[in-house]
Design a protein around this ligand. Structure first.
Ligand code: GLP
Length: 242
């Protein structure tokens, strides 16, 4: 696992968006899977801006959403789908064949998971995963106690996730279950970057990087990935002992 520390949120986001651009330049049909949330917001925004201003051919790459709140419609601005639609899909005018997201309103979530897994397999696997970390150490909706061997699955959300998750929504919503790409996908992804910023993430980053590998703190899986990168700002790095 490699640790990369940037001065602040802006420089972290600038670097990660550059990595996305570099990948697409090198491999136009790359498959990128990304988390939504506060952390990757600027990365996604810069990625779309840079791809446009640098006239990058974005017509062949594939974009996959990491997770979704079950039962939350895509036109709710707290949904992961809404995040990607407004920051990536619409600005880059991606064709429908170029992206795939979990349908949060599906009445067959098991089928949703199978469809996602097949989509990833048919695309030849994920080239780059950009993930965040929750305040309970989750990645996507891989909550504490999750099996490291899971592919896509749906899960009862942890109490911390339900409480913290309200920050994405204007009005109070009832959050209960999540649907997510699994940690086995992460281990199999060619590259993985876990990003975090701010003092509030310092403690969870310390456990992810320096704690023992354990499914009680899912983000420790990054230690298991052969080329895993933890890219954080100085504030999120502030409790690390190295
Ligand atoms: C959310 C999402 C994750 C996200 C994480 C951190 O609940 N399920 O995919 O990475 O929690 O979010 P944020 O970047 O807003 O801190």
């Amino acid at each position: 696992m490699q640790l990369k520390i940037y001065k602040n949120y802006q420089s972290l986001s600038a670097h990660i968006s550059d990595e996305m651009i570099a990948l697409i330049k090198h491999k136009p049909n790359a498959v990128i899977c990304c988390a939504s949330g506060d952390t990757p917001r600027l990365t996604c925004q810069l990625f779309a801006e840079k791809a446009t201003t640098q006239k990058i051919d974005t017509s062949k790459f594939t974009f996959i959403g990491l997770d979704e709140w079950v039962g939350i419609p895509s036109d709710n601005e707290g949904s992961c789908r809404y995040f990607f639609d407004s920051l990536v899909i619409k600005p880059l005018q991606l064709a429908t064949s170029q992206f795939h997201f979990f349908n949060a309103l599906s009445n067959d979530v098991v089928a949703e998971c199978k469809t996602m897994d097949k989509f990833i397999t048919d695309k030849g696997g994920i080239d780059l995963m950009i993930v965040g970390i929750g305040m309970n150490g989750h990645i996507g909706f891989n909550e504490p106690g999750v099996s490291f061997d899971n592919y896509s699955h749906f899960i009862q959300l942890d109490a911390t996730t339900i409480t913290v998750g309200q920050k994405y929504f204007k009005d109070n919503v009832s959050l209960d279950k999540g649907i997510t790409i699994g940690l086995q996908h992460l281990v199999e992804s060619k590259e993985v970057i876990l990003i975090a910023n701010g003092l509030k993430k310092a403690a969870v980053i310390k456990t992810a990087v320096e704690g023992g590998l354990s499914n009680s703190f899912p983000a420790t899986i990054i230690q298991k990935h052969p080329t895993g990168v933890v890219a954080i700002d100085e504030e999120a790095a502030s409790l690390l002992s190295r």
